[in-house]
Design a protein around this ligand. Structure first.
Ligand SMILES: *Cc1c(COP(=O)(O)O)cnc(C)c1O
Length: 304
């Protein structure tokens, strides 16, 4: 048994027509908690239980926290999520719906996270949102499924926040012998911590996050993501918030699935037939999903 589901892999006729290439969608927006995160977090939670954990603790009011809450409910393990005062009512309601205990603490994520860390006892497991080898192993199942399907893409487009998804997808490419398949690592302006790391030659902490794509809002990517940029063909791409928002609206029209701007960033690269795609004819887009946006919010942001 796994906590994630095997998601559909479908061609986007709309994106294929726009780009003149075959564009394939791995629909992880359809995971029960709304994003790919359950792949890695589900795997990590099962591993931590096997090692004796009796409670899961998270400090994410976003999709990582939702995945921990979902995993805990399914496994019968209590979950505590510490979130800052800035967390939306919607995010708290979604966590409650998964039976998580929600503690509101502090003005920033840093304060919430510090409090969460102080709660960790011997029989607790803390679930990091992106920097944990167990997460990457779990995320890699996304590529195992594409491999089993029998489709070898000539490029993969995915979004980067802290770099957990990318580290997992590249691990998946390597464990299936697809070391030669390049990855486009997409971020939004104002959340481009991977772009900054590649430019600087080392990971770097952004002063602040100014993008509306909050799920990409890690100020610093994990070391593993940066290391992969030296051991795998990875190209950093940065798109505007507006491009990500427009892509979300088009995707809802074309595929009847609502995703966060964090995911819209990757979709925008295909919808805009970005020049970076020029050498590729069979492209896989990781539709990473996200449960924290509503269409009203996306339209409001889109109007500026
Ligand atoms: C977490 C998340 C990301 C970024 O993943 P990282 O592992 O932090 O790079 C992208 N999109 C969505 C919807 C997410 O929830």
């Amino acid at each position: 048994m796994t906590l994630h589901i095997e998601t559909p892999l479908v061609e986007s006729r709309a994106m294929s027509a726009i780009t003149g290439r075959s564009v394939w969608l791995k629909l992880d927006a359809l995971q029960p908690p709304g994003s790919f995160k359950i792949r890695g977090i589900g795997y990590a939670c099962e591993t931590y239980i096997a090692r004796g954990a009796r409670r899961f603790v998270s400090s994410s009011g976003g999709n990582a926290g939702l995945a921990v809450a979902y995993a805990g409910r399914r496994l019968g393990v209590p979950v505590t999520v510490v979130v800052p005062e800035t967390t939306t009512e919607r995010a708290k309601a979604l966590l409650h719906l998964e039976n998580a205990k929600v503690i509101v603490h502090g003005a920033s994520w840093q304060e919430a996270n510090a409090f969460a860390q102080s709660l960790i006892g011997e029989s607790d497991a803390f679930l990091h949102p992106f920097d944990d080898p167990l997460l990457w192993q779990g995320h890699a199942t996304l590529i195992d499924e594409v491999f089993r399907f029998g489709l070898k893409p000539d490029a993969v487009i995915l979004s980067v926040g802290g770099g957990g998804l990318m580290s997992g997808v590249v691990e998946g490419l390597h464990r299936n012998g697809w070391n030669d398949v390049p990855v486009f690592a997409v971020e939004t302006t104002g959340a481009a911590s991977f772009h900054a790391a590649v430019k600087a030659g080392h990971t770097i902490e952004l002063e602040q996050i100014t993008s509306i794509a909050t799920s990409l809002g890690a100020k610093r990517v994990c070391e593993k993501a940066f290391q992969w940029s030296k051991n795998h063909p990875i190209q950093s791409v940065v798109v505007s918030d507006q491009s990500a928002l427009t892509a979300c609206e088009r995707f809802l029209d074309d595929h009847r699935i609502l995703v966060e701007p964090a995911c819209g960033a990757s979709l925008a690269v295909a919808y805009e037939n970005a020049p970076e795609l020029k050498d590729f004819s069979n492209i896989l887009v990781v539709v990473c999903g996200g449960a924290t946006s509503t269409i009203d919010q996306i339209r409001k942001w889109g109007r500026g």
